[in-house]
Design a protein around this ligand. Structure first.
Ligand code: ZN
Length: 159
């Protein structure tokens, strides 16, 4: 199943689908981050998505840069790209909070709303809720974010 099969005539959803396609074709912050202070690997065996997330935190625990590399389906790549856009400039705590919120929203539509303006863009990922098999593609990068921030050494697997 590809992202193109998310078929909905609603204009807003089309806009979000465009955003997913754009981020999957032109991922932001893609590549290695040699100055990384934190990193984590994520694998989603179900789909074959693999990524490594790099974070650079300054002494005040602010994320000054984020990058990712790896390969995967459109949703996993777009999600990682949106993630790096969203977390740069955030504190460690705010980034963890955002990861928890996104993971909760993607698995449960009734998850609490969050005031973070970055969530507006991340709504683009909400469409995957209709495709339970794809939820793991979308949450992979966010689980990796959690693991990188908490400096867990075992790779994150969605299985
Ligand atoms: Zn995938």
């Amino acid at each position: 199943m590809s992202v193109a099969s998310i078929n909905n005539s609603d204009e807003l959803k089309d806009l979000y689908r465009e955003l997913i396609l754009d981020h999957s074709r032109n991922p932001r912050h893609f590549g290695k981050l040699p100055e990384a202070t934190h990193s984590a690997d994520g694998i989603n065996p179900l789909c074959g998505d693999k990524l490594r997330l790099y974070l650079q935190l300054d002494p005040s625990d602010c994320i000054t840069d984020a990058r990712f590399e790896g390969s995967g389906c459109a949703i996993s790549v777009a999600s990682a790209s949106l993630l790096t856009d969203a977390v740069i400039g955030k504190s460690r705590t705010a980034a963890l909070e955002l990861a928890n919120t996104v993971n909760a929203r993607l698995s449960d539509s009734t998850a609490a709303q969050h005031a973070d303006p970055d969530l507006e863009k991340l709504r683009a990922l909400d469409g995957v809720r209709e495709f339970p098999a794809r939820v793991k593609c979308a949450t992979l990068a966010w689980h990796a974010l959690n693991s990188a921030i908490n400096q867990q050494s075992t790779p994150v697997s969605t299985e």
